[in-house]
Write a protein that binds this ligand. Structure first.
Ligand code: PAF
Length: 282
């Protein structure tokens, strides 16, 4: 596996692969890779001849009071994990490579970005869509892989790809959890041992909501209050949002019909964690 830092190096390599008639998968990441990312890389390696993993902590998707500076970074470990999982190229650009002087073009997706994390993190999806568009143009992959933990991000990227006619298949991959149910996240490293235990409340609360739905409950208000009650039991947890939305539009729904996303964002201490499940109503 090769590690490159410039757009030109990526383009040259992909061009050479294309000449050989090879297919290319892209896994965009912000690094500090865990088994969740690994599952994306493994899937990409299974479905494509070559896999590009990008590791770039994208400054423009963080708000002024968010954790850009302290976001965990470990390129050596990331590189080893990528290689072991079947990646062919690791793209690790400097911010100046992605955002040269006078950079002034952004990608805004309306509607689907306005609820959930979009409402709580102004400018976040503008930053995500801009960097992901750039990566799509740089790599021009056949397929790109994203985790379902960031369910709204996945819906936003699917919309952007459809609206802007990117010729790229977007592949969503299931949430990977720790043995005790906590969804894998690079931000879990911020948690103290007590907070790590407290964080289990996210999965517990969602499981209670899902169980109610499996028993036939369809009213959003009833399901969301079951989830909130469970979250309120944990004194270290501060709810940012608990929502049931249409899984395509990300708009609130009153009653579960077809595919709905039940999504939560919860602060455990200072760490903001997200988790979700989708539910299909026959
Ligand atoms: O999900 C992430 O890690 C990031 O939002 C992404 C898609 C790599 C864009 O920076």
């Amino acid at each position: 596996m090769e590690l490159v830092t410039t757009v030109q190096q990526v383009r040259q390599q992909v061009k050479a692969w294309r000449k050989e008639g090879l297919t290319v998968g892209l896994v965009p990441t912000m690094g500090f890779l865990h088994e969740g990312h690994q599952s994306l890389i493994a899937r990409a390696a299974k479905e494509n001849d070559r896999v590009v993993v990008s590791v770039f902590v994208n400054p423009i998707q963080f708000g002024p009071n968010e954790d850009f500076a302290q976001y965990p970074r470990d390129l050596e470990q990331d590189s080893a994990l990528c290689e072991a999982t079947g990646a062919s190229l690791l793209f690790h650009p400097e911010p100046e490579e992605m955002y040269p002087e006078h950079f002034s073009t952004h990608v805004d997706v309306d509607g689907v970005t306005e609820n959930l994390c979009g409402a709580r993190r102004p400018g976040h999806f503008r930053g995500v869509c801009t960097v992901v568009s750039k990566l799509f143009h740089i790599v021009a992959p056949d397929r790109a892989y994203f985790g379902e933990k960031d369910a709204q991000q996945l819906a936003v990227i699917r919309r952007m790809v459809r609206d802007l006619n990117f010729d790229i298949e977007i592949v969503g991959c299931p949430i990977v959890r720790e043995a005790d149910g906590l969804a894998k996240s690079s931000r879990n490293t911020y948690l103290s041992p007590q907070e790590r235990r407290a964080a289990l409340v996210l999965n517990r609360a969602l499981t209670a909501g899902r169980t109610a739905m499996e028993r036939g409950e369809r009213r959003a208000q009833a399901i969301l209050s079951i989830i909130r009650d469970e979250l309120d039991e944990e004194e270290r947890a501060n709810v940012d949002y608990v929502k049931m939305v249409d899984s395509v539009t990300m708009e609130d729904v009153e009653t579960a019909q077809r595919d709905v996303l039940v999504a939560i964002a919860v602060y455990i201490g200072k760490t903001r964690l997200i988790d979700n499940f989708t539910f299909h109503v026959e």
